[in-house]
Design a protein around this ligand. Structure first.
Ligand code: AHM
Ligand code: MG
Length: 311
C-alpha cells in the first residue's frame, strides 16, 4: 500500500512548485477527510438540510455547502501559499493574503451535487489551482490551460480523490484507518467508452445539433446511458469506464448551467491529461477567456473519438 504521503515523497522533485502543490494536495485531502467524517457519521445528521439562504446562482444553500467552504478556507488560510480563493458559495473573490510567498489561486466548488445529499447519492468537491500571474488579479489571465493542478473528491460508497499534476492523473482511496492510499498512479481513458451521460429531460430545450448528436449516441450499440446529476460522480464514472458527459446550453435562455472556473476547467484538465477532450461554448474549454468568476458554460467532455465540439 502506498499512502498519499509516500507518493508525495517519492514523486516530489523538491522544486518550489512541487513542494507547494503537493502541500496544497495534502491540505485539500485533509479537508476531504473532515468532510467524509461528517458525511459518514449518523450523529451529524443535523448538519444536513437547507441552511435557509440562496447563493449567487439563486440555489438554496445546504448547511454542508457552508461547512465544506469553511473547512477548505481554514486550510488555505493556514497554508501560507494561497493568495485568493474563488468559490461557488462566495459572491466575490476571497483574498486570503497578498504576501508575495502566497502565490497560488484556488477555484473551488466545495460541495458539488449538494441537492443529492439528502438522498444519499454521491457528491463531490472540485478544485483548480493556478499560479498567481500578477499582484492585481486579472481574471482574463486565468484560462483553464494555465492550471498547475486540478483535483476532485467523490464521496460515494467510499471517498476517492483524483488529481492531475505533472502530466499524470492519479487516484487514491480513503482506507479504514482514515488514510489515503494509492489506487491508480496513471489513469488513462479506456479506449472502448461505455456511457453517454446527460439530463435528457432537457431534450426539447437543446439546439438541433445537440439533439442530433445525442440521437447518434443513443444509436451506438456500444454505449448505454448513465446519469447521476452530481457532476463529479458522472465525471468519475466516465473517466474510469470511458464515455461522454454533456450539459449543453438551453436554447431559449441561451444559458448553460455548469461553472467555468470551478467545475468545467478543473475537470477539463483532468480529462485531457487522461487522453480525452473537453469543449465549452463551441471552443476548447481550457482556451475560453473567463469573463466573470461565476460564469456558466456548456460542457461536453469525454473520450476524444466520441466527444463533439457543440454548444
Ligand atoms: P451544484 O450542486 O454544485 O449546484 O452543481 C450543479 C449540479 C451538477 O453537479 C450536475 O452535473 C448538474 O447540476 C445537474 O444538472 P441538471 O439539473 O441539468 O441535470
Ligand atoms: Mg457544482
Amino acid at each position: 500500500m502506498i499512502s498519499l504521503n509516500d507518493y508525495i515523497n517519492q514523486n516530489s522533485d523538491n522544486s518550489d512548485q512541487d513542494k507547494s502543490i503537493f502541500k496544497i494536495i495534502s491540505q485539500i485531502s485533509d479537508g476531504i477527510i473532515q468532510i467524509s467524517k461528517i458525511l459518514y457519521a449518523p450523529k451529524n445528521i443535523n448538519m444536513f438540510g437547507k441552511e435557509g439562504s440562496k447563493n449567487i446562482h439563486g440555489e438554496k444553500v445546504e448547511k454542508l455547502d457552508l461547512i465544506a467552504t469553511n473547512i477548505f478556507l481554514d486550510y488555505f488560510i493556514k497554508s501560507q501559499l494561497i493568495s485568493d480563493v474563488i468559490c461557488e458559495e462566495l459572491d466575490a473573490i476571497k483574498t486570503i493574503d497578498t504576501h508575495s510567498s502566497n502565490k497560488y489561486i484556488i477555484m473551488m466548488d466545495p460541495l458539488d451535487g449538494s441537492s443529492n445529499i439528502d438522498v444519499s447519492v454521491s457528491i463531490g468537491s472540485i478544485f483548480g489551482v493556478w499560479e498567481k500571474e500578477s499582484d492585481d488579479f486579472v481574471l482574463r489571465s486565468y484560462t483553464g490551460d494555465k492550471q498547475v493542478m486540478s483535483m476532485y473528491a467523490v464521496y460515494g460508497p467510499n471517498t476517492v480523490i483524483v488529481f492531475a499534476f505533472k502530466n499524470r492523473v492519479c487516484s487514491f482511496i480513503l482506507d479504514e484507518n482514515t488514510q489515503f492510499v494509492l489506487l491508480n498512479e496513471n489513469i488513462e481513458l479506456p479506449t472502448n467508452p461505455m456511457y453517454y451521460s446527460t439530463n435528457e429531460s432537457n431534450y426539447d430545450n437543446w439546439t438541433d445539433s445537440i439533439k442530433s448528436y445525442v440521437d447518434v449516441l443513443k444509436q451506438d450499440k456500444n454505449l448505454t446511458q448513465r446519469y447521476v446529476g452530481s457532476l463529479v460522480a458522472d465525471f468519475h464514472r466516465n473517466l474510469i469506464k470511458g464515455g461522454v458527459f454533456l450539459n449543453p446550453k438551453h436554447k431559449v435562455s441561451n444559458r448553460a448551467k455548469l461553472r467555468l472556473m470551478y467545475e468545467a476547467n478543473p475537470l477539463a484538465n483532468i480529462i485531457e491529461t487522461a487522453g480525452g477532450k473537453s469543449f465549452s461554448n463551441g471552443q476548447e474549454t481550457m482556451k475560453l477567456i473567463p469573463e466573470n468568476i461565476h460564469q456558466s458554460v456548456s460542457l461536453i467532455m469525454g473520450n476524444s473519438d466520441i466527444v463533439k465540439n457543440l454548444e
